[in-house]
Design a protein around this ligand. Sequence first.
Ligand code: COA
Length: 542
Amino acid sequence: MTRFAASEEASARTLGSSDASVENRAAMLEKLAAIEGEHQKALAGGGAKYVDRHHQRGKLLARERIELLLDPDSAFLELSPLAGWGSDFTVGASLVTGIGVVEGVECLITANDPTVKGGASNPWTLRKALRADEIARANRLPVISLVESGGADLPTQKEIFIPGGAMFRNLTRLSAEGIPTIALVFGNSTAGGAYIPGMSDYVVMVDGGAKVFLAGPPLVKMATGEDADDESLGGASMHARVSGLADYFAVDEPDAIRLGRQIVSRLNWKKLGPPPAAQYEEPLYDVDDLLGIVPGDLRIPFDPRDVIARVVDGSVFDEFKPLYGSSLATGWASVHGYPVGILANARGVLFSEESQKAAQFIQLANQSSTPLIFLHNTTGYMVGQEYEQGGIIKHGAQMINAVSNSKVPHISILMGASYGAGHYGMCGRAFDPRFLFAWPSAKSAVMGPQQLAGVLSIVARAAAAAKNQPYDEDGDAAMRAYVEGQIEAESLPMFLSGRPYDDGVIDPRDTRTVLGLCLSAIHSAPVEGTRFDGANFGVFRM
Ligand code: COA
């Protein structure tokens, strides 16, 4: 067992100001500054012109609405803030999503940003919204939608119209699962958008702002020849007094937010997961050191125990099987009083021993209903004759089987490399971690850029040889340089977060806080392993 607090290893965990840690820190701070610059773009929304116009109309911005909705001084865990990065759309994808506390209840909040293209939903907005729905459903979080949107982004409608129906389906499925859905309508909510309030359990509309109709005045005129105005077709007063779609009539935006809080206070909401320990200790080591652990060059290994010691309660990590499969550290700890199992890559490559150890550890966590945290820094499963003959595919498959069928909540943090099937075995995005965050130092792809370019080169060379053609060495060098650049760019956290393949890129120093917020949200739902919900694992190939 490794108990950092008590063992003689404790002194080794003190990083101090070694040359390597100073260099790593500088590299990490540079990447953090770049990420921060992109976060600023999301905060700026549609830019000063549209922000000013919005304020002059007497309206609050999306983030101002959220701030007023949340309990004073409580945290807001924003999700997918970089969605849309690298696309033609504004960073943030004209939607703010996140988890915050309203009247003591952790809720999943979404807010259209009307300063960006009238709050219209583009393909990235849709992906971000669907991810938010997934998070609400898996963690059983009431949903509050702060609505003001121009509906579908019309030029890209082909990307969103058909899959976009899932937004309405999800709202009613959440409701069917007993997860409350609340819509506060501040502005435009027309056509398809009208079904956001239409499918929600509770609806509040703001007088003079809300416009909820299937078709606005021009379309009605075209369709039926009828003359009508915005208010009679879809104003708050009409919906509160005549159609009954509005349950609550708000005189202004702050009133709508007050009513939203009031609704949550009457939900009689109870979390179903076990509560955290009443008392726990902070880590013994300085979180600031987390900036200096991951080398700028990911080929240089680092010890994830240095990270664990700065993230878990009291820096206590009871290591499981420390002498076996030592490229993967596994063990028990707690974070903000919540028990967790941790799997952390210790030296890049996963061998058969590491894979089997992981499969066993994941099963143990399911026996005791303990959530799992995966700390990624892996180049994947080991290749080569010896390892193939030793059954690396079967053993990797055991780990992937275990992670796929595990029923306890998983959280993944990409600290460094997360390549190949190693990304899968460590609970990559396709394996439904409840949350997945990346550090600015993370990189994820099918393999490293040099390896990928090298493989392409070998294949091209073999193809030329098979046809008895001379190989163009200059062309090969140019191709490799180009491909390396492309794969490197596509491996970076901003790019992946833009898709959005993670839930955000975080400052390593915030890891403990983010994990605590996630674990608290996770415990809104029951926390049960396979032993308790009757589920099972697939056949483990031996
Ligand atoms: N798709 C793409 N762009 C849209 C859009 C949409 N659905 N709705 C608005 N925009 C754009 C506008 O073209 C404008 O772009 P610009 O500033 O580059 O010229 C920008 O967003 C702001 O729109 P504007 O009309 O100036 O804002 P507003 O706050 O006065 O009005 C709306 C906002 C949403 C009420 C109004 O733009 C509108 O009615 N849009 C169409 C709504 C609609 O019918 N959507 C289809 C539903 S499926």
